[in-house]
Design a protein around this ligand. Structure first.
Ligand SMILES: NC(=O)CC[C@H](N)C(=O)O
Length: 729
């Protein structure tokens, strides 16, 4: 069996780039080819239907069944022209993936034949009968029905022979069972709160949209090598593997020339993504060997979430075609960079103002300061909850090292913004107002240059960094659904702005001018949110101590971080902003604890198997070779010479013994610990037991395996090594 590794290495080394046929049209021409976008709506729908659908999209007015039927009819014509035979509701259950169940267009024509039909009812609502989606106890099996309902603001698209209809997924009793439903509500709450505050400065604003630009990091590993690593296949990460002598220390991969096989994969991916309307912009080698990144142009948040989910599934599929496996795990390899999905977040008004961007007038800059400071208030007040929104069994491995932020949420502002906030805080309203001749008053807030030198993503240890006209939430993990983080961030921002407005309005009612009232409350908040601002090295031990003193959430245990969804401040925020009720939050936490516990359970089982079926047998076999050698030397030489000649191998034999014994012993204890943990009924307690009692074994066992990897003869080692996984492409 040793040969599986070498066969895989050989097969992988022989692979050549798979040349991709590039469409004859330009990207701008095939962009959104498979999306039922505005252009297609206009072409395939009667004008009155088109207008009503646009109203539903822009203003959220519900569609009547009559209009839905007309829309379905137009969609069907477009779909059939593209060879489509099936349709499905496409939704985002709480599994981190997406779900679909295809139905063919066909129906009996009552004359013994078939017709192809697609009705408005099928478009707007389905009842996926599967009761097996995670529901955290909300949906008991006797009411197993869940509804999926079309969200007209997310465009319908085609994949292969199927018309994909993006939907929200809710229970029979109306609770959200997915990421999309609460995201939509969070965005609505944000729109309402941000519009009201933006109107202090720009009375014409009627809508505020949250933007999201994600950066997807990923690894590509040759599929043959992947197939020879049971841990990668079953857990998405390597549970063992000694460092490669060369890894990322030369910094020669980052932004280097893209390897040819990978370049063809990227080309293929981008063509298909563009055809689905994903505006791919950037591609490059990331820091770790065999690590890469793709980032599109930012989009409206909910659409960006759909596009990221879609992209992740395209990546997995297209990678296979090119003989790769795409790893989206946050930390597939120990000791080198992991993969994040930095979420660039900003707000824009329907009048075209970027609320997180500086402007030209002093009023613009006051508005800018308000939106920056209220973002900080949101992050400060809910820093523990924000951490809960990004934490998972896999992301926990990534945080705190190799350019990923630590498990303490803080915000980075940069020198210029800090200076502006200090000036506002320290000046009185009178000082900030300049009487400007007959034109009345002028605000004396310093100009902010559009390019802020220290606001690139230079502070890579900051989880929430201001980068010039947006915040970059860097803590989000590569495999996550961005919606989890975006639900919390947008809801927290909605709450911060609502509270801001309440206080400003109270001052205005008391006779203050608008600007004066805004300044007073802003000054209060600049002071209040200071503990969240941190410009230094997030990895240092001093920061951990300092953050603790500042009262920031420093918890590192995943099951305990998950608790933060049920803090009184979290429940109040979600309920006040009408995003989720307590029972929905409880259900989500149940799912999170269960997912965590199961992932650790799987890792622990896989590692147990690897120990028994690979590591110990291989090490013992090599030990026998050594023993054989020792015996032969002893029979050929004098006792004295033999002692000298065998001392090195005898030492190795003993070392192997120590490691294999420890591995066997620890693996037994790990099984015992699992048995104990499995007796626990309460899912939170069980997750805690897995975290406290099983995870340490995974680490300890790995340490001994990695030592053995250095001792055992290379030819005998059955599992592809880090150098092979990371450098063959
Ligand atoms: N260049 C980078 O920004 C590296 C980011 C890093 N891979 C992360 O985990 O977030």
């Amino acid at each position: 069996m040793t040969s599986l590794r070498f066969k895989a290495v050989e097969a992988a080394s022989k692979k050549r780039p798979l040349e991709v046929a590039v469409p004859s049209e330009r990207p701008s021409e095939y962009y959104a080819k498979y999306v039922f976008n505005q252009e297609k709506m206009f072409k395939y729908l009667p004008l009155s239907t088109y207008t009503k659908l646009r109203e539903a999209i822009d203003e959220g007015t519900p569609l009547t069944m009559e209009v839905a039927n007309e829309v379905a009819d137009g969609m069907k014509r477009w779909a059939i022209e593209n060879g489509v035979t099936h349709c499905t509701h496409w939704f985002q259950p709480l599994t981190e993936g997406t779900a679909e169940k295809h139905d063919a267009f066909v129906e009996h024509d009552r004359k013994g034949g078939m017709i192809e039909n697609f009705s408005g009812k099928e478009l707007i609502q389905q009842e996926p009968d599967a009761s097996s989606f995670p529901n955290g106890g909300i949906r008991s099996t006797f009411e197993a029905r869940g509804y999926s309902a079309w969200d007209p603001s997310s465009p319908v698209f085609i994949i292969g022979d199927t018309l994909m209809i993006p939907t929200v997924f809710i229970s029979y009793t109306g609770e959200a069972l997915d990421y999309k439903a609460p995201l939509k509500k969070a965005l609505a709450a944000l729109d309402k709160a941000a519009t009201a505050v933006a109107q202090y400065f720009y009375p014409n604003v009627t809508k505020v949209t949250a933007n999201l630009g994600w950066e997807q990091e990923y690894f590509l590993v040759d599929e043959d090598l992947y197939g020879a690593r049971p841990d990668l296949m079953l857990t998405g990460r390597t549970l063992m593997g000694h460092d490669s002598a060369k890894n990322q220390q030369m910094n020669d991969h980052y932004f280097g020339a893209i390897p040819e096989r990978v370049a063809e994969f990227m080309k293929d991916l981008e063509i298909q993504a563009l055809e689905l309307g994903i505006p791919c912009k950037t591609r490059h080698n990331e820091v770790a060997p065999n690590q890469f990144e793709l980032a599109p142009i930012f989009e409206e948040c909910s659409l960006a979430v759909d596009h990221n989910m879609l992209l992740m599934s395209l990546m997995r599929k297209i990678a296979k075609k090119h003989g790769f496996h795409c790893l989206l795990h946050e930390k597939p390899f120990a000791g080198i960079n992991g993969s994040g999905k930095h979420n660039n977040w900003s707000l824009t008004t329907d009048t075209g103002t970027l609320l997180h961007g500086p402007g030209k007038t002093p009023e613009d800059n006051l508005r800018f300061a308000v939106f920056i400071v209220e973002s900080l208030m949101a992050v400060y007040k809910h820093n523990g909850l924000l951490k809960a929104s990004i934490i998972s069994a896999s992301n926990a491995h990534r945080l705190g090292a190799n350019e990923a932020p630590p498990a303490i949420i803080s915000a980075f502002l940069g020198r210029q913004i800090t200076e502006i906030l200090r000036k506002i805080e320290e000046s009185t309203t009178e000082e900030l107002f300049n009487i400007e001749g007959r034109h009345g008053i002028k605000l004396d807030i310093p100009q902010i240059p559009e390019i802020m030198v220290d606001n690139t993503d230079r502070n890579r240890t900051s989880p929430f960094a201001f980068t010039g006209n947006r915040f970059e939430f860097r803590a989000v993990g590569s495999s996550a659904n961005c919606a989890a983080a975006m639900i919390v961030l947008n809801t927290a921002m909605a709450e911060a702005l609502t509270l801001f407005k309440q206080r400003v309005d109270a001052l205005i009612e008391g006779g203050q001018s608008i600007i004066g009232a805004v300044l007073d409350v802003l000054r209060e908040d600049i002071k209040a949110c200071k503990p969240i601002v941190f410009e230094g090295n997030g990895y240092s031990d001093e920061w951990k101590e300092e953050a603790n003193r500042r009262g920031l959430d420093c918890e590192t245990s995943v099951p305990l971080i998950i608790d933060r969804y049920l803090l009184p401040s979290s429940i109040k925020m979600f309920e006040d902003m009408n995003v989720m009720h307590k029972n929905e939050l409880e259900a989500r936490d149940e799912i999170k604890w269960e997912t965590y516990q199961k992932r650790i359970q799987i890792e622990s089982r896989v590692l147990g198997d690897l120990c028994m079926n690979h590591i110990i047998p291989v090490a013992t076999k090599y030990q026998t070779v050594l023993v054989d050698n020792v015996q032969k030397i002893q029979s050929a030489f004098s006792t004295e010479d033999a002692k000298r000649l065998t001392s090195y191998n005898i030492d190795l034999i003993e070392k192997i013994n120590v490691h294999t014994n420890t591995i066997a012993e620890q693996a037994d204890k790990m099984v015992e610990a699992r048995k104990q943990a499995n007796l626990i009924e309460n899912i939170r307690e069980k997750a805690i037991a897995y975290h406290d009692n099983i995870v340490p074994y995974l680490e300890e066992i790995r340490r001994h395996i990695d030592k053995l990897e250095l001792i055992v003869e290379d030819e005998m080692w059955t599992l592809p090594k880090y150098r092979e996984l990371l450098f063959i492409r």
